[in-house]
Design a protein around this ligand. Structure first.
Ligand SMILES: [Zn+2]
Ligand SMILES: [Zn+2]
Length: 69
């Protein structure tokens, strides 16, 4: 899984994408691919990269009200 063919907006067609040298230590699991045609970088979603659930933080932390007598 070192290269893929994806649609590139810059190239307006399906071109070969390849994983760039990763600086984040993802190695082969790096979700970033770079277009070999124009050099545009894209992020791909893989099953190896489960997206963390976004939670609303409005009620995440409920501080108990203190009623001083
Ligand atoms: Zn990476
Ligand atoms: Zn391209």
């Amino acid at each position: 899984m070192s290269d893929r063919e994806l649609y590139c907006d810059g190239c307006e067609g399906v071109v070969l994408f390849e994983a760039p040298p990763c600086v984040d230590g993802h190695d082969a699991d790096c979700p970033e691919l770079v277009c070999t045609g124009c050099g545009a970088a894209v992020l791909i979603a893989t099953v190896a990269f489960p997206a963390p659930r976004l939670r609303h933080r409005s009620r995440a932390t409920r501080m108990p009200h203190r009623h001083a007598a």
